[in-house]
Every structure is written in C-alpha cells, then in structure tokens.
Design a protein around this ligand. Structure first.
Ligand code: MN
Length: 227
C-alpha cells in the first residue's frame, strides 16, 4: 500500500530503438556550446566555463508534435544531441565519463526566445523561456552497444524542407565527457539523467503547420510538426 496522499505522478520516459523505455530523472541543457551559435546570440565564442539550465523531465515529448505554446510570438528550434545516463555519481573524471552513458538521441530544445530575452535583460531565470510543456521533443534513444559514442557527424535541422541549422558534433566546445565531468562536480548525477548537448547556429522561429526534421548522422532522424 502506498502512503502517497495524492496519486504519484508518472515517471516520464523516452522510447528506445530496441522497444524498451528509458525513464527520465533530470534534464540538463548546456548553453552556447557551438561557437557559431554563441556568436549569433551576441556572445563570446571562446571556451569559457560551460553553463547549464534545466528543463523538467515531463517537458520531454516523443509524440512527434509540438503544440505552439502560449505567451510568445517567437518560438525557436534548437537541434541537439541527447545523452542518456545509465549511472552517475559525483566528481566523475573525463576519462571515466562515457562509461556512464546508456545511449544517444536527437532532441529539440524549443525556446520561447522572446521570453528568454526578457529574462536575460532582467537577470532572471530562464525557465519561462525553456521549461514549458512539450518544450523538449525527442526521438528514440539508441544504445551505445549499437552506435558507440558519436563525437563527430553532421547535425542539422530542416523546416519544411529548407536547411536552417547545420554543424558537426566535432564543433562542440565542451565534449560529452567534459560536460558529464563538469556537471558531476556540482550535482550528483544518476541513472535517468539526460543532457541536451547544445545547438549549432541557425536557430530561428517556427509557426503552426511547420514540419521540423532534425537529424544527427549515426544517431537518428526526428520529425516534429508544429500544431
Ligand atoms: Mn539549447
């Protein structure tokens, strides 16, 4: 018998290519991890210490649709590599970091850019721009046992067939093992934590009816319709 006083919320899950489900505990997102994107956002592209923000686990959504959110007129796409952890800990070394990865996927860090911009100006937190309902469309996670640890390969996003974003995973300023190690100095990482690994340049707005096709070579293709 549960002693919960209300029904326990469901644990959010991401599908995997093998058919099983990957339960999600936390969602960490890195900011400005491609130099060309840092520049387009008006920032220094040098390798400064990374910074992170979070989405909520239940913001992730594998339905293939993205409902246009309220209180914005400028919703941007950000195609990102998704990293799913099978274990964690604190003070993980760079050399040991990849041993904690279960698999990889394609994800979108959808952003209410207008609201994020207002929060930046006021020095306030970003959640209202980043952590809203269905703000994290995801494709299935593919296990390391199938694809290894992708550290290069084209990452791209098309809207209605037109190329909007393009880069290569080898352009990431902070590599996946470095991100895991850095995060683990500040947070206790755990199985079910996922990291959205940053977006290449070309972020831009979408409208209802648009179809986004996000792809990462060797990882997958994610098609999402804005409704
Ligand atoms: Mn992002």
């Amino acid at each position: 018998m549960s002693d919960h006083v209300i029904p326990a919320p469901l644990v959010p899950v991401i599908p995997t290519t093998g058919g099983g489900m990957f339960p999600v505990r936390r969602v960490y997102c890195i900011g400005r991890n491609f130099a060309a994107h840092a520049i387009e956002m008006g920032h220094n592209p040098d390798r400064e210490p990374p910074f992170f923000f979070q989405k909520n686990p239940d913001n992730l959504d594998a339905s293939g649709t993205f409902p246009y959110p309220p209180h914005t007129s400028d919703v941007h796409h950000e195609v990102e590599l998704l990293v799913g952890l099978k274990s964690g800990g604190m003070n993980i070394t760079v050399d040991d970091a990849l041993s904690h990865v279960w698999g990889y996927g394609v994800s979108l860090d959808m952003t209410r850019r207008d609201l994020q911009g207002e929060m930046k100006k006021m020095g306030r937190p970003w959640e209202i721009g980043k952590a809203f309902e269905q703000s994290g469309p995801v494709g299935p996670l593919r296990p390391v046992s199938e694809i290894g640890h992708p550290d290069h390969g084209r990452i791209a996003l098309l809207v209605n067939g037109d190329l909007r974003q393009e880069g290569d995973l080898n352009q990431m300023i902070w590599k996946v093992p470095e991100m895991i190690s850095y995060l683990s100095e500040y947070f206790e990482l755990s199985a079910g934590d996922v990291i959205m690994a940053g977006t290449p340049s070309g972020v831009n707005s979408v409208e209802r009816g648009d179809v986004m096709e996000a792809s990462i070579d060797g990882v997958g293709l994610l098609t999402v319709k804005v409704i």
